[in-house]
Ligand binder design. Structure first.
Ligand code: CTP
Ligand code: MG
Length: 226
């Protein structure tokens, strides 16, 4: 059996949430936000969980791990200045053949989605949940001019967990780090694989419920969905 690691990301600053408490620790129905995704991976078939958080939040996370009995969480590591660098720190601590990288800010990830992502990564080596786009999407130029609309039927929204063969995603990060690549505009791991190795991920059916909690409105949505 191949070993599966999950990296749960919780090292962001949550600036768009505009809250005094970091968004990953905001209590929703008596549980900190981060506990939801940790519990989802605890229940799943992953063999180990690596939690990535801010240096100052490691103690707090270790209390959360104990309180919610996340027995598969083997390590809590400090994150980096941008998401991709947090992921890189998590990957260095992972020992699986495959790794699932998940935004801790997506609390309602389902067992179906985790299982489908594992199945797809074992088959295709790189997998990502996607959902159809509901709005019409356009690019806007720096002077505020709208450019041509994209064909919505050909667009999808990217979710997590994004999954890769551990050795591949490690290689992609090492290569880009060597090239002094600027990770600041990277918002997901599929971008790292494409930039680093030119490898595309296989799409898996994502879920509306697997929404990323980003703004106060998302938090209200969450409270009414659990
Ligand atoms: N993240 C991380 N390390 C960073 C930045 C982000 O681990 N340096 C994590 C967040 O904790 C979150 C996930 O990446 O679980 C997705 O990021 P996002 O929703 O953008 O969260 P924040 O960066 O915290 O929020 P904001 O962009 O509003 O500041
Ligand atoms: Mg962010």
């Amino acid at each position: 059996m191949e070993k599966i690691s999950a990296i749960v990301l919780a090292a962001g600053k949550g600036t768009r949430m505009k809250s005094d408490t970091l968004k990953q620790f905001i209590e929703v129905n008596g549980r900190p936000l981060i506990a939801y995704s940790l519990e989802a991976f605890e229940k799943s078939d992953v063999d180990e969980i690596i939690l990535v958080t801010g240096q100052n939040e490691i103690e707090l996370c270790s209390r959360i791990i104990k309180k919610f009995k996340i027995s598969r969480c083997v390590r809590i590591v400090a994150g980096g200045a941008v998401r991709a660098l947090s992921v890189y720190n998590g990957i260095k601590a992972a020992s699986g053949d495959y790794v699932l990288i998940h935004d801790g800010a997506r609390p309602l990830v389902s067992q179906r989605l985790i299982a489908d992502t594992i199945e797809a990564v074992e088959k295709y080596k790189a997998a990502v949940p996607v959902i159809p786009v509901k709005d019409t999407i356009r690019q806007i130029s720096p002077d505020g001019t709208l450019m041509d609309a994209f064909d919505r039927s050909k667009l999808v929204g990217m979710q997590t967990p994004q999954a890769f063969a551990c050795a591949d995603i490690m290689k992609a990060y090492e290569k880009l780090t060597e090239e002094k690549y600027d990770f600041s505009h990277i918002t997901d791991d599929v971008m790292v694989m494409e930039q680093g190795l030119g490898v595309h991920a296989h799409p898996v059916r994502g879920e509306e419920e697997n929404r990323k909690i980003t703004t106060p409105e998302d938090l209200e949505w969450l409270a009414s969905h659990i």
